[in-house]
Design a protein around this ligand. Sequence first.
Ligand code: NGO
Length: 526
Amino acid sequence: MSWRTGRLLAALALATTALGAPQPAVAAPLSAQGARLAQVVPAPASVQPDPARSYRLHPGTVIHVEHGAAPVGRYLAGVLRPSTGYALPVVPAWHHRTSGIVLLLHGADPRVSAEGYQLDVGRRGVVIRATTPAGLFAGVQTLRQLLPAKVEAARRQPGPWTVPGGQIVDHPRFAQRGAMLDVVRHFFTVTEVKRYIDEIALYKVNRLHLHLADDQGWRIEISGWPRLTSYGGSTEVGGGPGGYYTKRDYAELVAYAKSRFITIVPEIDMPGHTNAALASYAELNCNGIAPPLYTGTDVGFSSLCVGKEITYRFLDDVIRQLAAITPGEYLHIGGDEAHATTEPDYLTFMGRVLPIVAKYGKKVAGWHEFVKATPPASAVPQFWGTENTDPAVVAAAARGNKILMSPANKIYLDMKYDKDTPLGQDWAGLIEVADAYNWNPGSYLQGLPERSVIGVEAPLWTETLEDIDDIEFMAFPRLPAVAELGWSPAASHDWEGFRRRLAEQGPRWTLRGVDFYRSPQIPWPS
Ligand code: NGO
């Protein structure tokens, strides 16, 4: 045993003794303190309050991190310093002397697996244990929610900063818990996307799908095809100036998301939803004539030219370059609403494109229509229908595909909350918070077993959304509902409990300046 490991283990033994063993789970009404330990969205898998033991942060509190946990420790310090006004130094865990906040990469309950964590709160400190930094980061999001709401303030607030005592052992239900942002219909800056990343990270979301190309714009630089962005990226719905990400911008987003343990899944929609590319390069059109740029909101009128070889040279360039700047394992190729492509052409097209994605080392994701092209079992069809039956999707699952659930009538965040919602659309229905929450991704599609569901993703299409305030107003409070469906055990599903926990998020959003819909279904604190 090395000196360092020895010191660390000695310190841990002390920490565990100091914190004491948690009390068994309490049945019936929790005390106010005990209830606070369960005041988390998404609901943790297991909570054992111990009201006799809470921890109060103080000016001398130190954040102790095991090797490998320092970035998460620094992130936590960054969250806590402005409001507490405490220095909260981040130091190696072998200096640990039984008190403070401790982040450890071993010793967690095995149930936490790769993305979960164990959090113990005793009188002398908070210990978060996980098997990966991602798990620690999830535990840190929980710790944040266990502190009073004013911890989210940008300026120093009076304490006390008390964390309720007890133990949480937590882990996700599904591997993929995603959000999608359409940066085409309206363009959003790197700063705006980073802000959205921060907001979704709080709810343990681990995927951000970026819809990067559609009829109204092409938003990612591709070397050798400069007009895609200089011309194809120059507008958006309503005729605004649009915009695009350089490869450097995109890398910045990927790195920022990674620092929040979120993987970016880029989408280039094809063969339909391609007017911006077709307008930029006449040779991509079957008739050799470039259509004008498009700033409306119709869908289903454009198609790449399936019979021309240049289409595949173009897509080889796009997919190769996108794969090179995307560390995540998936590229999303759209495939939805190809109403201007004949069925045989669609199959021919997918037969050419699927191998290109594989050639560049990526797995493919696509809107669920592409199951008709029989993609490989590693492909992830994203279900966005409005019915709870889809035999073609169920058949794909029987062939081995895992399905990502985004039923439009449940979790399309661009749908209005009610008929008076000033933003959004209503083609898939009106979606209040209870509608977004009250369904089960593991049993929603008839004949699709839970083991064939890889997760949930909440898409946010932006035909009517122009800035970050609009995004936030549609995403909150429904995004946390979807995040809870993705993370929390099915057995914990409980609308009454959820709406009370969700209510506590309101003051936090207010303090962070996050715009949100004050749904009458939620008992917001006054
Ligand atoms: C559909 C369509 C999108 C729209 C969106 C609006 C899918 C997968 N294709 O969802 O182009 O923006 O609805 O709600």
